[in-house]
Design a protein around this ligand. Sequence first.
Ligand SMILES: C[S@@+](CC[C@H](N)C(=O)[O-])C[C@H]1O[C@@H](n2cnc3c(N)ncnc32)[C@H](O)[C@@H]1O
Length: 273
Amino acid sequence: MKSPRGGDSEAQSFEIDTSKPHPARMYDYFLGGKDNYEVDQEAAEKFIQAAPEVRVGVRANRGFMHRAVRHVVAEGGIRQILDIGTGLPTEPNVHQIARAIAPETRIAYVDNDPIVSAHSLALIDDEADTSVVLADLRDPRGVLDHPEVRKIIDFDQPVALMLVAILHFVTEAEDPNAVVAALRDALPTGSYLILSHATGDVHEDGRKDAAAVYKTATASMNPRTRAQVLDFFGDFTLVDPGLVLVPDWRPDEPVRPGTPPIGIYGGVARKDA
Ligand SMILES: C[S@@+](CC[C@H](N)C(=O)[O-])C[C@H]1O[C@@H](n2cnc3c(N)ncnc32)[C@H](O)[C@@H]1O
């Protein structure tokens, strides 16, 4: 199936594949959602065996995302958001968080999973100033030039680019640094990058067995070190507290004692003049 809103690149195929676990549907399962198949549930259960903290981790990642969006809209004056790797709709969605503060905020949601697009279209697309785009992060030009992205995002005005829990699905061979650099370069001064990324840094076993579960999935899991994740911000200026584990990024309330360590870094950075 190729959505009418799919990218133009013939190199990318946007087939629905229910024979293999898919990151978006496994993530939905971790979050307690219903938009997943048996193949996703089996893989997700294997992941939970190897990384029992994953359900707390994905909620902590969502919490980071909520706080980061609130920050860039309320304090950074952002009114346009490009969310790449948006995932299956989960309330509150990015447009709901942003528009609770600034109702005029425009949002382009991008994902390479046709099931995500279909669900997002059904739930979100009748919202004004919102578009749902089937495109692939690994083709940054295809994302930036996509007519549905251009319809929503004016690249002469500050933009918040969101790469939340997506880059660990891009392998080194696919050159994630070049991909992110191309996206950063397209943003004007005053823009923000909101990014989170899985790491093996905080667990003794590096959560290698958990990452290996994705070998059977449609995308592999590539955890990175703090230094590698820091590189994705290029010359953008990290806002306080810098790149930290997601529960520690401006928590609304103190992190509860007994919360397991979460192997996901998160940070927000601004493009200065
Ligand atoms: C773990 S989910 C994260 C969802 C949401 N950003 C969040 O953090 O709650 C990762 C999402 O990235 C999407 N994704 C993975 N690789 C992608 C790629 N190369 N291009 C576009 N989307 C991709 C998956 O389909 C999935 O929806």
